[in-house]
Design a protein around this ligand. Structure first.
Ligand code: PMP
Length: 413
């Protein structure tokens, strides 16, 4: 790959020229959603202008074009994740739907009374609630891997939780709330040693690091298109072929059947078995374009650049008086989560917005991990490869100014 040129890649993202409150926008809300390169915007427009049709069913030219475009996108996802077959790639609406699919299909068949499901304290609500629902329906138990003061999972504690009751371990590869990169390969390996399956939540990892489902030996890996420069409303379940074959369909309807009578239905093999109804065809195609764009830049280039940017931002944020950074694990990606003494997180967010800087403030759909640190909300800037040191400087200047103007009783505490 050619050396990484941030100013060149920035030109690929038209929205980065937007002005907010008279200032050029700084998009530091990448963990919530990412911006879209022109290549993705153009691909969506091309699909609707030249290829739009429902897929698979009709025998006309546009149906063939739409089907080819959709199946090409599936092949791009397969290559991106290094899955062994496109039959292991299921299109869904996003990570949330992906985890619900696994919990409600695989989980309904394989989890019973007394069984245990393990998640970590870092999980997004999307990787807690479906398992909790499943556990309460089945009389199973949800167990939680604790984290240390830096926000890293405690592997020793995890090992103590594992037993022959454990049926599945569902853990994120990168925490959306703290940025912690978990030792996911070890987590999967330990799950397998206990005879359990492992689901990896890749929502926050695939856009920052090389994710290879075979190297991880993940049974399931899920992610959302919109967090990797693709459209909203499209996401992926990767599942090992043998496991998908042993998993009943989730929703029933068109596309997922081989034959239907009023007496019985024969299902298609995976992935069609899990894609009932008309799917999000155009956005799957758009996701394919987004992954091809990432491949052109090179995920290793992206990871290396972002790592340096995160270090730079951390070095400047951490020493500011009154700043408390949460999530200080050695291995982190993209996210800085903090509170500023003397201000609510909303006040910090508003002050940043006044300068054109977009950050998330709130609980980030991960209340348990913030409460672990005694907090209900944090300010969360999250970086992508199109961000720059100059943008970090603009952000730091606002936080410094707020810190210097803290109400006196909050100072020096
Ligand atoms: N898991 C993680 C780690 C996330 O960051 C998110 C999105 N914030 C989700 C799951 C849910 O993704 P979506 O809202 O796209 O379904």
């Amino acid at each position: 790959h050619p050396p990484f040129d941030v100013h060149a890649v920035r030109r690929d993202f038209p929205i980065l020229q937007e002005r907010v409150n008279g200032k050029q926008i700084v998009w530091f809300d990448n963990a919530a959603t990412t911006q879209k390169p022109q290549a993705v915007i153009d691909r969506l427009a091309y699909f609707y202008a030249h290829e739009n049709s429902n897929i698979h069913r009709a025998a006309h030219a546009l149906a063939a074009r739409a089907t080819d475009a959709y199946e090409d996108a599936r092949e791009t996802v397969r290559r991106f994740l290094n899955a062994s077959s496109t039959e292991e790639i299921i299109f869904v609406r996003g990570t949330t739907e992906a985890i619900n699919l696994v919990a409600k299909s695989w989980g309904a068949k394989h989890i019973g009374p007394g069984d245990e499901i393990i998640v970590s304290h870092l999980e997004h609500h999307a990787n807690i609630v479906p398992w909790q629902q499943l556990a309460s329906e089945k009389g199973a138990r949800l167990r939680v891997i604790p984290v240390d003061e830096d926000g890293q999972v405690l592997l020793g504690e995890y090992q103590k939780l594992l037993s022959d009751k454990t049926k599945i371990v569902a853990v994120t590869q990168v925490s959306n709330a703290l940025g912690t990169v978990t030792p996911i390969k070890e987590i999967v390996e330990l799950a397998h040693r206990a005879g359990a399956k492992a689901l990896v939540d890749g929502a926050q990892s695939v856009s920052h690091m090389k994710v290879d489902v075979q190297a991880l030996d993940a049974d399931f890996l899920v992610f959302s298109g919109h967090k990797i420069f693709g459209p909203t409303g499209i996401g992926v379940v990767y599942g090992k072929r043998a496991i998908l074959e042993d998993t009943p369909p989730w929703q029933g309807g068109g596309n997922m059947i081989a034959d239907v009578t009023f007496e019985r239905t024969v299902f298609q093999p995976p992935p069609a078995k899990f894609e009932a109804g008309t799917g999000n065809i155009a956005d799957a195609v758009g996701l394919g374009a987004a992954l091809e764009y990432v491949e052109r830049i090179g995920i290793e280039n992206i990871g290396r650049y972002e790592h340096a940017l995160l270090e730079y931002a951390t070095q400047h944020l951490r020493p500011i008086p009154g700043v408390r950074l949460v999530g200080t694990a050695r291995d982190k990606a993209s996210v800085l989560s903090f509170v500023l003494e003397g201000y609510s997180t909303e006040e910090v967010g508003k002050a940043l917005n006044a300068e054109g800087i977009a950050v998330r403030t709130g609980h980030h759909c991960a209340q348990p991990i913030l409460r672990r640190f005694g907090l209900e909300t944090t300010v969360r800037p999250s970086l992508a490869f199109y961000n720059t040191c100059e943008e970090v400087d603009r952000f730091i200047a606002v936080i410094r100014r707020l810190a210097a103007a803290r109400p006196t009783q909050a100072r020096g505490r």
